[in-house]
Design a protein around this ligand. Structure first.
Ligand code: NAI
Length: 404
């Protein structure tokens, strides 16, 4: 089997080493960014391959090809995996589209919200016979140790949700990828579920808002602990954001009873399910965060300046989780006519910190929406249309009102 990995960062290195160590797999890497292809080739040549250090031992192997050219890297591949930050998904998909095999599986680790919308838009007619897949999160916390030759897995998830389009492909793709990645994959009903179920979209922007919305601009003497700083006010914000997502889930379930949205869990339920053995005190949402041993010691994204540390508002907790997660959910809510006042408050604050404009007078029509994955950005202007593209439901579709 030929597998192509797109990307040259932490996730791509880890994936390349883990897959190339397996017999019968031919691993290629598509890495067009900067001088990464040359650096990666040099690293592999110097070390004789790429080694990944995992808690279960070392895995080593050599990619068959590392290239900055899409045709070389992608033609003939049965599986193409984007192991990239979400902002690079669309440009990468556009570059590889002409060379994809017509029945290839193309997916992202992690998918983030609205990956299927972005993929169909970027791939155009090439998407017709492909299968798309997306994982809820990256299965590993991982870092490059030596560019092109060494990566380390700091921890692995026990299980990860996976969605596919067409949705019937999810169990088939999950079974194959589970063996390749060595991680339990749980097929869920649709990309719509994957988008709404993402709790990072609540936790990361909600926590950043909670910690820093009243920041006075003065440096902190030390970096602030992230999860262990959750107080009752922050927990209340997170709870209300989760309740708003659940209200959207209920509205969609009422209007489309055939949808399976069981993967879209309230935050508290998700925390207990994901971290049952690491939580010391499960009595409140605040204590679920503050006493979760898996979160102990993790710091807020901050950067050093003269006199201390200031919040890094360009870090992924806002820069990725807002345009590629929370705004997608907020966009679906707008199509469904479900209001999200607390999420709007967080988004209004976050867009100012990011220097972007998404929400204008309570609706998603800001100038920077074109660099998000909200459905409005893909000219989807009503819920039936979203359901048709997302879930293959046959529904009457109205005219398109958004164009960018
Ligand atoms: P990374 O920061 O290591 O990825 C950077 C790579 O992305 C670059 O080396 C380059 O190959 C590519 N890239 C950057 N800008 C580009 C552009 N303009 N065009 C094309 N390619 C570009 O990211 P990492 O750590 O590999 O993470 C990938 C995704 O996984 C992210 O969404 C991240 O939030 C997520 N994730 C990562 C975890 C980790 O432990 N590394 C854990 C959980 C999630």
């Amino acid at each position: 089997m030929i597998i192509t990995i797109c990307g040259g960062g932490n996730a791509a290195h880890t994936l390349a080493g883990l897959l190339a160590s397996q017999k019968g797999l031919s691993v290629r890497v598509y890495v067009p960014f900067g001088d990464e292809a040359e650096r990666w080739q040099e690293g592999v040549q110097r070390a004789g391959g790429i080694t990944v250090y995992t808690p279960a031992g070392e895995k080593s192997g050599s990619p068959q090809l590392i290239s900055r050219h899409a045709r070389q890297a992608v033609a003939g591949a049965q599986v193409v995996i984007l192991a990239l930050p979400a902002f690079a998904h669309e440009s990468t998909l556009r570059a590889i589209a002409p060379y994809l095999e017509s029945d290839a599986w193309v997916g992202a680790l992690p998918a983030r919200g609205g990956f299927d919308l972005a993929a169909r838009s970027a791939l155009g007619a090439h998407a017709a016979h492909l299968s798309l897949f997306g994982l809820q999160t990256l299965p590993w916390a991982c870092r490059i140790q030596q560019y092109g030759s060494q990566a380390v897995v700091l921890g692995a998830k026990e299980q990860v949700d996976i969605a596919a389009w067409p949705s019937a492909q999810a169990p088939v793709i999950a079974a194959q990828l589970e063996t390749l990645l060595g991680v339990r994959l749980n097929p869920i009903a649709s990309f719509l579920s994957l988008t709404l179920a993402d709790t990072g979209q609540i936790i990361h922007p909600g926590m950043m808002y909670g910690l820093f919305h009243a920041w006075d601009g003065q440096p902190y003497p030390a970096k602030v602990l992230f999860y262990q700083s959750v107080d009752s006010a922050i927990a209340e914000t997170l709870q209300r954001m989760s309740t708003e997502v659940q209200a959207l889930r209920s509205e969609l379930a009422k209007r489309y009873p055939e949808l399976d949205l069981s993967a879209v869990r309230p935050l508290r339920e998700w925390m207990l399910r994901s971290y049952s053995s690491s939580i010391v005190d499960g009595s409140s949402l605040q204590s679920l965060f503050a006493t979760n041993r898996s979160y102990a010691g993790l710091q807020a994204p901050m950067r050093q300046v003269e006199g201390g540390f200031i919040p890094d508002f360009q870090a992924r907790y806002l820069a990725e989780d807002v345009p590629f997660n929370l705004l997608v959910t907020r966009g679906i809510a707008e199509l469904a006519g479900v209001s999200m006042p607390v999420i709007d408050g967080v988004l209004t604050w976050a867009q100012a910190r990011l220097g972007k404009e998404y929400l204008v007078a309570g609706s998603l029509r800001g100038a920077d929406l074109k660099a998000s994955r909200a459905p409005q950005r893909y000219a989807i202007s009503n819920l039936n249309e979203l359901m048709s593209v997302n879930n293959n439901l046959q529904l009457p579709i109205g005219g398109l009102s958004y164009e960018f």
